[in-house]
Design a protein around this ligand. Structure first.
Ligand code: DGY
Length: 315
């Protein structure tokens, strides 16, 4: 994790950068900003020429209303809704929060693998509904996790954190990504071969023009019957209608934390026993969200102190 700048900050010795934050971000670091106004971006309609810093959570930047912007500090690692080319053209630096959310996101991916394959949510619903009068029907037995084969799409920081967790479950781990790497964590497969071989596949790639709808109907069809797809990355990486069709047919299972048009979730999946749904919770632990705010604030303070940003995105 990059070193915190807070110890170096001496309030008052440099003029505070005026910042707009699209909401109040969690944790004490947010209060270290001397001149910050919380303004949901949808409520902005007059230009704010004195604002030089903007905090967003992967939201489009209203350049017209912020003509003197110098930095966009993104609360999150993914920045697919921020127009990097437009920022570069205007000389606006963009930063994100890599590293600090890897464990939380990998934990959630693993939770979804376990919950989906071991029917945790289905079992919970069954108990709460008062349906537990005898034994869990033999016809609805779960699939073992230990010893099964896991595929990871994108072996970056978060994908690698998942692969490390997989060791504890004695999983055989395969990975795919554009650039093949030498690693002890997982064996390389091309995407098609990986999908055909796994019991569960988990997505950890960024959303880019190359990864949008990467997992389309044809590729979903490669998954074995009963296999499970987990997505904690971006909904748009999977063709959502094709996924819904597969889930409605009952052929595969899914653990989904992200959706193509959040917060919209295709209603067809609500009643399905083979799907576990969470509302984009990948980084949503107190510790991680506070660390993300810390990094966002440190990037803004760096600008204020005339220092280079800690985690710039190089577009
Ligand atoms: C990210 O960091 O991109 C996550 O989606 C935010 O929780």
């Amino acid at each position: 994790m990059p070193a915190s700048l807070c110890d170096r900050q001496s309030p008052g010795d440099t003029p505070a950068v005026k910042v707009v934050a699209s909401r109040r971000y969690p944790g004490p670091a947010f209060d270290e900003l001397d001149d910050v106004e919380v303004l949901p971006l949808t409520t902005l309609d007059d230009a704010l020429p004195d604002v030089e810093g903007l905090i967003v959570a992967n939201e489009p930047v209203p350049f017209d209303l912020l003509p003197n912007l110098r930095i966009v500090a993104n609360f999150g690692v993914g920045y697919d809704r921020i127009d990097l080319a437009a920022c570069a053209e205007r000389g606006v630096v963009v930063t994100n929060t890599p590293g600090v959310l890897d464990s939380a996101t990998a934990d959630l991916a693993f939770a979804l693998i376990l919950a989906t394959r071991r029917q945790v949510v289905e079992g919970d619903r069954f108990v709460r509904s008062g349906g537990w009068t005898g034994s869990w029907s033999e016809g609805r037995l779960a699939e073992e996790v230990t010893g099964s084969t896991l595929g990871i799409v994108g072996l970056g920081r978060i994908g690698s954190a998942v692969a490390r967790r997989a060791r504890g479950f004695e999983l055989r781990v395969l990975y795919t990504q554009r650039r093949r790497v030498e690693t002890e964590l997982a064996e390389f497969r091309d995407l098609g071969a990986l999908l055909a071989e796994v019991d569960a596949v988990t997505i950890h790639a960024p959303l880019t023009p190359e990864t949008e709808r990467l997992i389309d109907a044809r590729r979903l069809a490669l998954l074995r019957d009963g296999a499970c797809l987990v997505n904690t990355a971006r909904g748009e990486i999977v063709d959502e209608s094709a996924l819904v069709a597969e889930l409605v047919s009952g052929r595969i299972r899914a653990g989904l934390d992200v959706f193509a048009h959040e917060p919209h979730v295709p209603p067809e999946v609500f009643g399905l026993p083979n799907v576990v749904l969470t509302p984009h919770l990948g980084s949503a632990t107190r510790q991680t969200r506070e660390a993300m705010t810390r990094l966002v604030v440190d990037n803004l303070l760096a600008l204020e102190h005339g220092e280079p940003p800690l985690t710039p995105i190089r577009g």
